[in-house]
Ligand binder design. Structure first.
Ligand SMILES: [Fe+2]
Ligand SMILES: [Fe+2]
Length: 193
């Protein structure tokens, strides 16, 4: 099945968001930049248009509920994810909305659900979304380091993913905060590949 043929995914790949999306112009611009990076990487990997379409859609959909209050999302995500910190809930919430509307593309839904948290089971699309969200050029922090990582994409997807996960873990540790198991398990998979 060409999963981009679901009308919601096909539309998102062209930049048309579902009616339930709630995004400011700035957020939408971020989603468009993530989508553009993903499309370029999919093309560089030689993926067919049916795959590129899914990658573009992932970029446009990942933050569709980022600006909805976490308390409004908490009841709408699977029980296993309902105790996650508020800023992480928008990924699982988008995946559930799409699933409820008939999207059956499990890899895409999983990529959307775990784009913030990371997960050991993320595949190529999920890792690419995780990386694109972090590296898109509109973000202001550490521009030179991130530009260097972008230049290595998509050929070095796995090692770039590892650098980003490592940096995020260091950031959390340096502030004395707790690490969620998902990112630790993600790291453990990345270093043993
Ligand atoms: Fe996000
Ligand atoms: Fe994002």
């Amino acid at each position: 099945m060409n999963n981009c043929q679901h009308p919601l995914i096909e539309a998102a790949a062209q930049g048309t968001l579902p009616e339930w999306a709630a995004v400011s112009p700035g957020r939408r611009a971020h989603m468009a930049r993530v989508s553009e990076l993903l499309d370029a990487w999919a093309a560089a990997l030689g993926l067919p248009e049916s795959e590129r379409c899914r990658w573009r859609a992932a970029g446009f959909l990942h933050d569709a509920l980022r600006e909805v209050a976490p308390d409004a999302l908490r009841a709408k995500v699977p029980r296993a994810q309902s105790s996650l910190p508020g800023p992480i809930l928008h990924g699982p919430a988008v995946a559930e909305r799409l699933r409820a509307q008939g999207v059956l593309d499990g890899e895409l839904l999983f990529a959307l659900a775990y784009h913030t948290l990371g997960n050991a089971s993320l595949g190529t699309l999920g890792r690419a979304l995780y990386v694109a969200d972090f590296l898109e050029p509109g973000r202001g922090f550490m521009p030179e380091w991130r530009e260097g990582l972008r230049a290595r994409m998509p050929a070095e997807l796995d090692s770039v993913t590892r650098e980003i996960v490592g940096a995020r873990i260091r950031y959390v540790v340096d502030r004395g905060l707790d690490l969620l198991p998902d990112i630790v398990e993600f790291w453990n998979v990345l270093v043993t590949e």
